[in-house]
Design a protein around this ligand. Sequence first.
Ligand code: PXP
Length: 260
Amino acid sequence: MNPLVSNSMPLLGVNIDHVATLRNARGGDFPEPVRLAQLAVDGGADIITFHLREDRRHIRDADVQRIKAEIAVPLNFESAVTEEMLGIIALVRPQNVCLVPERRQEITTEGGLDVAGQLARVQDACTRLAAVGCRVSLFIEASRMQIEAAAQAGAPCVELHTGAYANAFDAGDTAKVESERTRIQDGLALARSLGLQTNAGHGLTLASTPWIAAQPSVQELHIGHALVGHALAVGMERSVRDFKAVIARAWPKQVPAPSP
Ligand code: PXP
């Protein structure tokens, strides 16, 4: 068998962070990330992905506990390389951990993890996470330096950052789309030649996903923002109909005559 070809369709990891973003905008409990995670599983999600950030801006510790207790498919815990997070992961023991860079000011994960620049630290995290039974993936740019460093760090898996490709696709910048596609394809080939599992994600939409899904070595795709946005779009008609039905059922129909 060609080692660059996977014999199964890429698995879909559904990132539910932005369900929590919406919940947190009102400060209550609705919508519940665990309920939407279950609906994602009902729809065929293979993996539930979430990022417990240092500032807890979307997913919170209590969400992680509930997701772990109530969701039956494998979890993918995105985490910064910090002592706090490594401690939480050792208690939660998700099936998969994806190590990502994290800066407080960023809106979303910008750029990949600099594995080459902190090899000993990432190597240590990989060893400790493997010891608690987690499969570790490193979220990196498709660059030779970072992919070789990921292999050296002892991670069995990488997730190549598709953000620049996806953004160029959205902007209709065909020259950039082509150069990013070449960079990702070269990265996938190098990572597979080093024996790494190859996943991909970030910024993907319904329109930009087909190309990456067609790359034969991609084993998992992790998609969040556009997928949650699409859920809102395709669910809006039904939601309005449900509210109209509730209003119609409650309406007294016969308006009491005004008293003389
Ligand atoms: N993969 C990783 C490592 C991420 O950090 C994120 C964002 O949390 C995603 C995939 C999903 O990106 P998006 O929300 O743009 O689909």
